[in-house]
Design a protein around this ligand. Structure first.
Ligand SMILES: Nc1ncnc2c1ncn2[C@@H]1O[C@H](COP(=O)(O)OP(=O)(O)OP(=O)(O)O)[C@@H](O)[C@H]1O
Ligand SMILES: [Mg+2]
Length: 267
């Protein structure tokens, strides 16, 4: 699904408008080379390893992962519990440092970037969605959605404008003053999707986004993620245990014992 046509230019421009308003320059936008098929790898992992020392023993959470994810793809990561899926997401999201190997985002080796440049790249290009929503309980829906903009130093009027725009996209305009405890599970996950969209990232990383939802709500969240992928061209990586969910993605990557495998026999 690389190079997928944007099907809704108007909506796309609406979501992009905040970064333009902030004067985000094209120059600051990272890029990457296209491969022979004209696809642009926005994420590339080269022989990625993450080992944890536990006393005298060592846990090999990731053990030589080689992977490319292309712009506009919606990819599922599937594997048994403890196989390294969340570790992989943390590495891609620059939340943790590899033991060996490299992570390239938009063609740039993140280990060679200054900490401040990496924080900016992460904040502007990656949005996270978690299984347990991770919303701040004392903030309302609008305040939760704009939180990443606070960290990026966006002024209050800009945050309010953008926050309302996003609540519209996640179909929660009528719930903006509701706290997480006053929302259903699916609504809370839509708030967290909204928060992931706050800085208009190109990549969305979702670790078991439907894990805490019933299957119907999970299905509607997945349809929603697909919409974000198709309308706004977001590159989406979804960790899931559920093969039905994986089947709705463009491609499934199987991971077992910290390695990418062709298929998994029992989940
Ligand atoms: N901070 C840590 N210290 C030591 N070991 C860890 C740490 N984090 C993860 N591990 C180990 O690394 C392996 C991979 O963990 P990870 O959380 O990536 O698995 P997962 O595939 O996401 O599992 P699940 O489906 O249960 O969420 C596991 O064996 C886990 O015990
Ligand atoms: Mg996990």
């Amino acid at each position: 699904m690389a190079g997928k046509e944007k099907k809704n230019k108007g909506a796309e421009n609406r979501v992009k408008s905040s970064s333009r308003a902030k004067g985000a320059s094209e120059k600051s936008k990272p890029s990457s080379k296209k491969d022979d098929a004209g696809r642009r790898a926005v994420i590339e992992l080269k022989e990625l390893c993450k080992f944890y020392k536990m006393g005298k023993s060592e846990v090999r959470a990731l053990n030589g992962v080689k992977l490319k994810i292309f712009q506009g793809e919606m990819v599922a990561i599937v594997g048994p519990s403890g196989s390294g899926k969340s570790t992989l997401m943390n590495m891609v999201g620059c939340l943790d440092i590899p033991t060996c190997g490299s992570v390239y985002l938009f063609g740039r080796d993140i280990s060679k970037m200054a900490e401040s440049d990496l924080a900016t790249l992460r904040g502007k290009t990656i949005g996270f969605i978690f299984q347990k929503f991770n919303l701040v309980p004392y903030l309302n829906a609008l305040e939760n959605v704009v939180l990443p903009m606070v960290f990026q130093g966006a002024p209050l009027p800009e945050r309010n404008r953008r926050g309302k725009e996003i609540l519209d996209v996640v179909k929660l305009s009528d719930r903006k003053t509701h706290k997480p405890s006053e929302l259903s599970g699916g609504q809370q996950q839509r708030v967290s999707i909204g928060r992931a969209l706050a800085n208009n990232p190109q990549i969305i990383l979702a670790d078991e986004p439907t894990g805490n939802l019933d299957s119907e709500t999970g299905k509607s969240i997945m349809q929603f993620m697909r919409e974000l992928n198709e309308k706004f061209g977001k590159t989406i990586v979804i960790v899931t245990h559920d093969e039905r969910i994986a089947k709705t993605c463009d491609r499934t990557i199987f991971i077992e014992d910290g390695k990418i495998v062709d298929r998994i026999h029992a989940l």
